[in-house]
Design a binder for this molecule. Structure first.
Ligand code: GUN
Ligand code: FE
Length: 492
């Protein structure tokens, strides 16, 4: 199936007996199309019918291949803090939890200049090496084959993240978080000037270009953390820096996440018509730009973002944790904006979309609702739609729609092998434990227990259960560009 030379899919006939390493797993094989066009409409009303495909590997054990997840927004240095947010909202959370932990990824400044002039990953504190290694393990083990990472503003630690992704084989975009504005950034964690910010950013870009000259696995991404963290000269220079490469570099930042943040952007950039206009002024809204959150965009901002072909990363888990709000994903899609998902968000995206129709704002804006309460149900994302966003949507967001996100001929083999297990009532479990009453042991120890207990479930239903219940225990193996890891001792 997969060319050893370039890790791309050679053909799509998926027949057993092919002389390849996966054939063994294909006791029964073939496509199953999970049709994302259902009662809730389709992912993109401007596009054609969309499909999420799985390839069955072993029907007995409910094993199937699925495209690797594409995480379009993840902060690697925040891994030690996952789950800590108290009752804070964004700006308070950044100061209380985030900047303190991120600042620990720095190496001591040059005693003469006071600047961070070191670039070698070996000058990074052991903490950065350890945490970044864990982040890569953890995301790969959950089937994330490609991630767009924010690092910190420290050059050695950012380069360490690039090196680790490269040696460990995870496809990645790596961005040094630029933050030079003393009106927002704290003294202990700030670039000393706009020039310093650009010099340091260049060092991380050049490091990646030396590490992976063709950008086969790891690519740089210009990362103004968000408008409040950057001065105008820094935003200006970062836009110019991205455009100075051929092809132009990717860009990532945050936009319109929280109402206090919107007020702050107004205060810091009174000349701008909107938050999106700040980025547009400095040529940061491009077809290669990933904008995270986008919860509170105005209609005008959405038009601007669509016209610039910038992409949006939907981050519903963070939006819920920090009480930022609910991103109107259906509206974005209907208006022709490309959307992907942030960290671990397929399940959260479905959940958040179900709450949206109950919000006062949505009901005000959609008085035509079929249920007489202002909601026509279209805001809800189906499970296949959320999986589409996590794969093909993400591929489009990172500007790799022809290479990633599906099983099309010529695409890269960035794939996860999922095992749901499953046992019929009264049968011995293929996972090695015998359920006394068909449920109890499964619930305790099995990944996605009770799959098809009665032998009546469709693949659509099994996939729904996977999205709701699944975790890393279901990921049996992952491949990036054809090279892979066996997880859980699989022979694959
Ligand atoms: N805006 C600026 N920085 C951050 C961050 O680290 N996380 C979130 N959620 N929003 C941000
Ligand atoms: Fe973020």
């Amino acid at each position: 199936w997969v060319s050893a030379a370039d890790g791309r899919i050679k053909g799509c006939d998926w027949q057993a007996n092919d002389d390849n390493e996966f054939a063994e797993l294909m006791t029964r094989n073939g496509w199953v199309d999970i049709d994302a066009v259902g009662a809730q409409g389709q992912v993109n009303s401007h596009g054609s019918k969309i499909r999420v495909k799985i390839v069955i590997a072993n029907e007995e054990q409910n094993e199937f291949f699925f495209p690797g997840f594409i995480d379009t927004h993840i902060h690697a240095p925040q891994y030690p803090n996952v789950g800590l947010f108290g009752s804070s909202t964004l700006l308070e959370w950044l100061e209380t939890y985030t900047f303190p932990v991120e600042s620990r990824f720095g190496s001591p400044p040059d005693p003469k200049t006071g600047h961070q002039t070191k670039t070698d990953p070996k000058d990074t504190p052991p903490l950065a090496q350890q945490i970044y290694d864990q982040v890569i393990s953890r995301t790969l083990s959950h089937g994330t084959t490609c991630a767009s990472y924010y690092a910190t503003n420290h050059v050695p630690a950012t380069n360490a993240l690039s090196s680790l992704c490269h040696t460990r084989g995870q496809r990645a975009f790596i961005g040094r978080a630029c933050m030079d504005n003393p009106k927002f950034c704290v003294d202990y964690y700030r670039d000393s000037s706009a020039e310093d910010s650009i010099v340091a950013t260049r060092q991380t870009i050049e490091y990646i270009h030396t590490l992976d000259p063709e950008g086969k696995l790891v690519k740089p991404i210009v990362t103004p953390r968000f408008a409040p963290s950057c001065t105008r000269p820094a935003l200006q220079s970062l836009g110019e820096l991205a455009a100075s490469y051929s092809p132009p570099l990717h860009i990532q930042t945050h936009i319109s996440e929280n109402v206090n943040e919107l007020a702050l952007v107004k205060e810091l950039f009174p000349e701008a018509d909107s938050y999106a206009a700040v980025y547009d002024k400095y040529n940061l809204l491009t077809p290669r730009t990933i904008l995270a959150h986008a919860v509170h965009l105005s209609a005008d901002e959405r038009v601007l973002i669509r016209d610039r072909e910038a992409k949006i990363s939907h981050c519903p888990a963070s939006n819920s944790a920090l009480g930022s709000g609910i991103c109107p994903v259906r509206t974005l899609l209907d208006e022709g904006i490309t959307v992907g998902l942030g960290t671990d968000a397929a399940r959260q995206a479905c959940l958040a979309s179900r709450l949206l129709g109950q919000s006062a704002a949505w009901q005000r804006d959609h008085p035509q609702g079929a249920d007489g309460k202002g909601s026509d149900g279209r805001e809800k994302l189906s499970v296949p739609e959320s999986l589409y966003l996590a794969t093909r949507g993400g591929a489009a967001v990172v500007d790799m729609a022809n290479d990633l996100g599906g099983f099309d001929k010529g695409m890269l083999w960035d794939v996860q092998l999922i095992r749901l297990g499953g046992v019929k009532l009264g049968e011995k479990s293929p996972l090695g434990f015998v359920p006394a009453d068909g449920t109890a042991d499964l619930v305790k120890s099995g990944p996605v227990g009770n799959v098809d207990l009665f032998g009546t479930e469709s693949w659509e239903e099994k996939i729904q259960k996977w999205v709701w219940n699944g975790d890393d225990r279901n990921v049996k193996a992952v491949w990036v560009g054809g090279g892979g890891w066996s997880i859980q001792g699989s022979e694959g």
